[in-house]
Design a protein around this ligand. Structure first.
Ligand SMILES: Nc1ncnc2c1ncn2[C@@H]1O[C@H](COP(=O)(O)OP(=O)(O)OP(=O)(O)O)[C@@H](O)[C@H]1O
Ligand SMILES: [Mg+2]
Length: 239
């Protein structure tokens, strides 16, 4: 359903992505892993329309994504979170979701029922009237990021390190919440995380990036045993 072909991105002299290919199938959870600066977030930025690639094609459910506006991509069902949570200032949690929902719906209408349902799914019902920028703990800010993406009514949800920085117990609980959400809304997902255990727990398949290229992909357990993948993680230089 999502097909990325021969994607290349440059920032000045930096080749952030070089001829990257990957696919996400319907209802699949795909993990994107790799060291810092490997190009994971850049891939999300290209898919959501924040960054324009030098070359390549991306299709989603038959739509030519790179020719579509950011707003069109959202209405086609591509939703994402940002690595650094970006709540809208001076708005409550509920108001943040209303803005996201209006952006995601072709008719721009607000459906309060769906917002209530999302708040419950991410365990934020009790915080719906809190100021999103100043009154949320870290886990709650991360939950709001996921909720905002859900409010746009995605079929593909892209999560950029939403579990990173959480302590073990919150991480486990949040991971269960994400799995529940995936079933509830029948989603495909792309999950960026550094933590291998998290990826193994959540993902059906994994794609490994290093220096802007895909160096391996496949079943998570097998892929993490691949010596080239291990080397990319430990930073060992290839002989
Ligand atoms: N807007 C930008 N302008 C210039 N260079 C950028 C920009 N965004 C990313 N880069 C560069 O592109 C490369 C890939 O960055 P990217 O953020 O995609 O990595 P990442 O895999 O998400 O890393 P991390 O795990 O640290 O989040 C890096 O060299 C980064 O410095
Ligand atoms: Mg990143």
């Amino acid at each position: 359903m999502l097909k990325v072909e021969d994607l290349s991105v440059s920032f000045g002299g930096v080749r952030a992505l070089q001829n990257v290919n990957f696919e996400v199938h319907k209802h699949e959870v795909l993990g994107l892993v790799g060291p810092n600066g490997a190009g994971k977030t850049t891939s999300f930025n290209v898919l959501s329309g924040v960054v324009k690639p030098v070359s390549g094609t991306v299709t989603y459910d038959g739509h030519d994504i790179l020719k579509s506006s950011m707003h069109q991509r959202v209405t086609y069902g591509i939703g994402r979170t940002f690595q650094i949570p970006q709540p809208m200032h001076e708005l409550t949690v509920r108001e943040n979701l209303i803005v996201a929902q209006r952006f995601g719906r072709p008719d721009g209408k607000v459906k309060q029922d769906r917002i209530d349902e999302i708040l419950e799914s991410v365990n934020l019902s009790h915080k719906s009237e809190s100021d999103a920028a100043t009154e949320l703990a870290l886990t709650e800010r991360k939950a709001l990021e996921v909720a905002k993406a859900l409010a746009t009514e995605p079929t593909l949800l892209m999560l950029d390190e939403v579990l990173a920085g959480l302590e073990t117990t919150s991480k486990k609980l949040f991971m269960e919440t994400l799995k529940k959400i995936r079933k509830q809304y029948n989603l495909s997902m792309i999950v960026i995380e550094h933590d291998i255990e998290t990826i193994m727990n959540m993902c059906d398949r994994v794609v490994v990036f290093n220096f802007g290229q895909v160096i391996a992909e496949g079943d998570p357990e097998e892929t993490f045993r691949n010596p080239e993948v291990v080397r990319s993680y430990t930073g060992e230089v290839l002989a």
